[in-house]
Design a protein around this ligand. Structure first.
Ligand SMILES: Cc1ncc(COP(=O)(O)O)c(C=O)c1O
Length: 381
């Protein structure tokens, strides 16, 4: 694993700096457990991979979310992050490539995030589990390659690039001025020792996975399953009136915004008289803003009466609603999928169908091309 990071341009990566765990999920919890006490704050992206928020709370800390704005390619805004640093802030989390937005952060943004961590003495927690899943030659920069002088913990594992999530195998790489984090690392090692060891059979898979031929290369190239699914999903979804998704530069997700032909009951209402619409659709709804929503700067709060009476009636659903729909649709599709081999495509199709039917109404014509488009995609081998 040290060689893996060396090959990615982090020349001084050393085996002693690598810790193994039963998946990144376990390691996130352990890393935060060793770090946080009551009142400690962790800067976490929104939308986020929810484990980061949940684990922070579980460990007694307080998640403080910084916005990744859809209008800015879902990239974080360094100024906003810095404004949220307090004397209680202990760490800055970045997820790159990002779940759920599919964003890959450019070097200049990463440099600014590293600089914030440097100046405020924050630990940088870089969840880079999708680091090898990027499209169209987008540059993926490991934060650790920019942060020699910042205590940095990089997370990765077998679940995504090597597609064996059930093996429960992940690792962290600790870099930067480790002497400054000596007591922290002692605590972390203690927690790791209390767990005895990471899953041994999966450790045999690590060498085989990280060395040699990398099948992910074909999947993310034009003609490959992941590339074609991403491209087709993006194209077909954006053809549906009212649905809007940025093209993902990496990871396995598209994050949708949509204009719902809404009935008042389907609208997300922060209060009985207002709802949220994405700012980018503002001119189309014709509604007047009453201010930013508290949750994201890309959305506006506006009076209900102004939106649902308009022809392109605007409303938005919250990421919580998306997540609920997502897990419900995935469970249903998994139950019906004929075999494990087809599960991934089936889940994706079912998820899109369920979501769109729930929002647009069953039998709407836009779903037909989505179904056909997905049926024509390469199936999982
Ligand atoms: C951003 C991110 N981090 C961590 C994980 C957890 O990975 P693991 O299977 O190694 O626990 C996931 C899984 O979806 C993820 O999307």
């Amino acid at each position: 694993m040290a060689q893996y990071y060396q090959a990615r341009g982090i020349e001084n990566a050393d085996p002693d700096d690598i810790y193994l765990g039963n998946g990144v999920s376990e390691l996130i919890t352990m890393v935060l457990q060793a770090l946080l006490g009551p009142g400690d704050e962790v800067l976490i992206p929104a939308p986020d991979y929810p484990l980061w928020t949940g684990a922070t709370k579980l460990c007694g800390g307080t998640p403080v979310h910084y916005i990744c704005d859809e209008e800015n390619r879902w990239w974080p805004d360094p100024e906003e992050i810095e404004a949220k640093v307090t004397e209680n802030t202990k760490a800055l989390v970045l997820i790159n490539p990002n779940n759920p937005t599919g964003a890959v952060y450019p070097r200049h943004i990463l440099e600014k995030l590293v600089d914030i961590a440097r100046r405020h003495h924050l630990m940088l927690l870089a969840d880079e589990i999708y680091e090898n899943i990027t499209f169209d030659d987008v540059e993926m920069v490991n934060a650790a390659s920019l942060s020699d002088d910042v205590v940095t913990i990089t997370f990765s594992g077998l679940s995504k690039t090597w597609r064996v999530a059930g093996f429960r195998s992940g690792w962290i790489y600790v870099s930067g001025p480790k002497q400054r984090a000596a007591s922290y690392l002692e605590g972390l090692e203690l927690l790791m020792n209390m767990r005895m060891c990471a899953n041994v059979p999966a450790q045999h898979a690590l060498q085989a996975a990280l060395g040699g031929y990398q099948s992910i290369g074909e999947l993310i190239a034009p003609g490959g399953r992941l590339y074609e699914q991403r491209t087709t999903a993006h194209r077909l979804l954006n053809e549906i009136p009212g649905v809007d998704a940025h093209r993902a530069d990496g990871a396995l997700y598209l994050f949708l915004a949509w204009m719902q032909r809404c009935t008042p009951s389907k609208m997300m209402r922060p209060s009985s008289s207002s709802c949220c619409v994405p700012r980018r659709f503002w001119s189309r709804t014709g509604a007047r803003s009453t201010g930013r929503t508290p949750s994201t700067s890309g959305w506006w709060r506006c009076p209900v009466s102004r939106t649902w009476r308009r022809p392109l009636r605007g409303s938005l659903t919250s990421s919580a609603t998306i997540a609920r729909e997502r897990s419900r649709a995935s469970e249903a599709a998994c139950a019906q999928a004929p075999g494990r081999g087809q599960a991934a495509s089936a889940v994706l199709l079912q998820l899109l169908t369920d979501l769109l039917e729930a929002l647009l109404g069953a039998g709407e014509p836009p779903l037909a091309p989505v179904r056909q488009g997905f049926a024509a995609l390469p199936q999982r081998q």
